[in-house]
Design a protein around this ligand. Sequence first.
Ligand SMILES: [Fe+2]
Length: 308
Amino acid sequence: MIDTSILKSITPEHKELFGKVPLQLSHSLPSSPLFSMDALAELIERYPREHYSLVHMGEKGSARKTWREGNIGGLSGKQVIDWIENGRMWLNLRNVKTVDDRYQSLLDKIFREMGTSLPDSPTFNQGLGILISSPNAQVYYHADLPGQSLWQILGKKRVYVYPNTAPFVTGEQLENIALFNLETDMRYENWYDEHARIFDLEAGQMLHWPLNAPHRVENFDCLNVSMTIEYWSDEIRRSQMVNVANGLIRHKLGIAPKSRALKGVNFAGKAIFQKMFKNSKWLKKERAARRPVDFMLDGQNLGQIVNL
Ligand SMILES: [Fe+2]
């Protein structure tokens, strides 16, 4: 019988450990036609601007704060990939499932498999992103709010996963991510690495880690194509409501929040409070001010950017 499953070699230990510690598993996606170079080039060409991020970044080990966001400009999909292979860039096609139904079907299949083979709580609002990134590029130390996994399709990267507790990640940091999308403004110290789990992720391997566990990534000297999957569960959604409410209490009311409880009277009050403000004009303005788009790719000079 032909094995059409995406996740491979799940063992009884994986079932016990899933969500509690970082787990590296095998998968079959490198052979999927959805991830051929032609398919990716074609996808890039028709990708709506509002659904991608193009980020120019520092080299492995370089100083931080060199993270800038820009536009693809008039390049073809193939040119964009060539550009990335020759530059230091990170293209994130976010929300791929809303742009192309085939990836929605893939996502559904993955969660069906995870639902039967791994004991995670029921999930919703699953998302799928495709990351195409340059040789030696890095993604700085950060944490994500939804449940996450990273699937390597092409190339190789080293992933450092840190404990999801202080000092590696704090409630205030999670609030800032929830309010302002400031994932990469997190404090990072070199000695954190002594407490990280380190994984070399090759094509056909995926990594899943506990909720909010900070991580950073260094590409090896090759073009990298990866897929990110995110998801929400009832518990993750509650935790997000607390992040937003506590952030608003801190930034708008000037009070340091004390509780991160996910139920009870205190939580119920926060649930209402955050709902009133989470789509406010104030918040949108604050967010935009913190992340301007300021360059586009140079079509004439491979590896160069044009300032906007
Ligand atoms: Fe991440």
